[in-house]
Design a protein around this ligand. Sequence first.
Ligand code: URA
Length: 438
Amino acid sequence: MRMVDIILKKRRGQELSSEEIEFFVQGYTQDHIPDYQAAAFLMAAFFQGLSPRETGDLTISMARSGDQADLSGIPGIKVDKHSTGGVGDKVTLILGPLVAAAGVPVAKMSGRGLGHTGGTIDKLESIPGFQVTMDNQSFLHQVKEIKLAVVAQTGHLAPADKKLYALRDVTATVDSIPLIAASVMSKKIAAGADAIVLDVKVGSGAFMKNSAEAFVLARTMVEIGHHLGRQTVALVTDMDQPLGFAIGNALEVKEAIETLRGNGPADLKEICIHLGSEMLNLAGIEKDKFAARRMLEDLLAKGSALKKFQEFVRAQGGNPSVVDNPSLLPHASLIHPVTSLFEGYVKEIQSEQVGVAAMWLGAGRTTKESNIDLSAGLVLRKKIGDYVHKGEVIAELHYNDNKEIAKASDLLSQAYVLQSEPVVAKEILLGKITEDDL
Ligand code: URA
């Protein structure tokens, strides 16, 4: 087999065999196929698309390109959750303890942030002492004992995806539905859960800018999960504004603790309840949607989810006192209020720009190697539907180094889209794709 023939076949829009896909994935992972051929293949796949069978084969080959977690030693149905990436998305910090408190075993591998999106691992690392790596045995033991562990995803899990994602990033081939679907699902399959709940974001801050595309991506991933014997449900959720108010690692942990206390932002709580209900359903704990919702609301109200979060922090070496005293989290030395130049109702808050502003403050990485300031970030004071007066504070910037403060402040002002007529915020849940929809 020759890579040039595979590229040509895809360029002509023909369907590749499973063997050809496996040849490409293994060859590229093992450095037998050079970047320039892989890049040409990705561009051909971008324009010609991949059939459902090809997308499934690409997923399997990438999932098998490295280690595959074996969670069979943990009793119960293990349910994983994945978000296609958003700004202010601290859902795992709330959802993990919430569903674990309901009895769902959560053995989660998460990533770090890059560019305008944050990562759960960075957020957890803002808790003093918190360890994001542990050996496999301790990981499994912790999930058995307290139903929840979150570790940093290693490069040995789906290494083909790691390499291909980096190449897609620099060859303008990220926003292809089959390539995104295979990338996400290969990691989920390799991470070993029995069932998967996906949060597909749509809006200015998401990969999918319109809901038609988001539903196609959702369906593609549910189809892959179904073919590979992992029950999968995808929720399509709104990202026309950041989730919650806080963006930045320690600030987001603080907001997550508030939410676990029952005082968090409504959109954040709502998305956690929706995703959590699906997880309870797939885990076989509560099939009825309304009963699942009641159970989760009850666990929040009784403080059981907050207690589980504290147990989880302690188990991973973090200081559990942050739960009762969030001022123990790192905090920035300077706060700068951003005021509005205009007045009107907030129609949209361009999430990507907000994420980039947070990055300039030090909360995010410009390159994979950059250091981040765990205390930096921003807190929005206005969200969609709110009225803003000229000169009113729309957000606060938290920072230690004022080199890029003007840039961050400008970006944030521009991120707010105002209009004179009142605006009603969309529901956070736009729709759902299950195996029954295939
Ligand atoms: N998230 C992923 O893991 N992969 C993609 O291709 C896009 C988003």
